[in-house]
Design a binder for this molecule. Sequence first.
Ligand code: SF4
Length: 204
Amino acid sequence: MRYHNITKDDMLNGDGLRVVLWVAGCEHCCEGCQNPMTWDPNGGLLFDESAKQEIFDQLDQPYINGITFSGGDPLHCANREGVKQLMQEIKEKYPDKTIWLYTGDSWENIKNYPMMKYIDVLVDGEFKLALRDITLLWKGSSNQRVIDVQATLSQEDISIPVLHCGDHDDIPMGRETSRAPKAVDENIIQFNGGMDTACCGCQA
Ligand code: SF4
């Protein structure tokens, strides 16, 4: 697995404060994608022990709610095994932290992937420029869904996703949705002006 960036104290890609891993590799080629340089699975840096430790150092902080996998597409074939192994390790080491994942694929195609047992929330679907709406919560276009994965998997028919939240800011107390600019870590590789934009959540 390769990656482009690890961002910290992120409030734009899931509930609470999060660490975000931006992986390399995507074949969806969405019109309007804010990060086409992430499409090449051979781009970026090798995800090594030092990168993993950088993530663990963040998850060690009590104020970090969890990790979000974005990109690129974490479910690109070049990433699936690495993402699954990392998720397994995180769930064992940090059982109280949540795991979110953004993918351009549809729930119907990926619902049986083995890593689903580790994911709390999954935002699915390609970014559709014609359906772009910057008021949407945690997603860039209205075709996408913010899915409660474990609630969905607990149903008899897992092909019908249970949503984690509504389309807009009708959210419970304590969930942070600010889109204010954040500080940029000088050690990270910069592209797209600081990676505020999620895979499939082109909300710049
Ligand atoms: S918006 Fe996301 S899924 Fe679509 S091409 Fe860009 S990185 Fe890939």
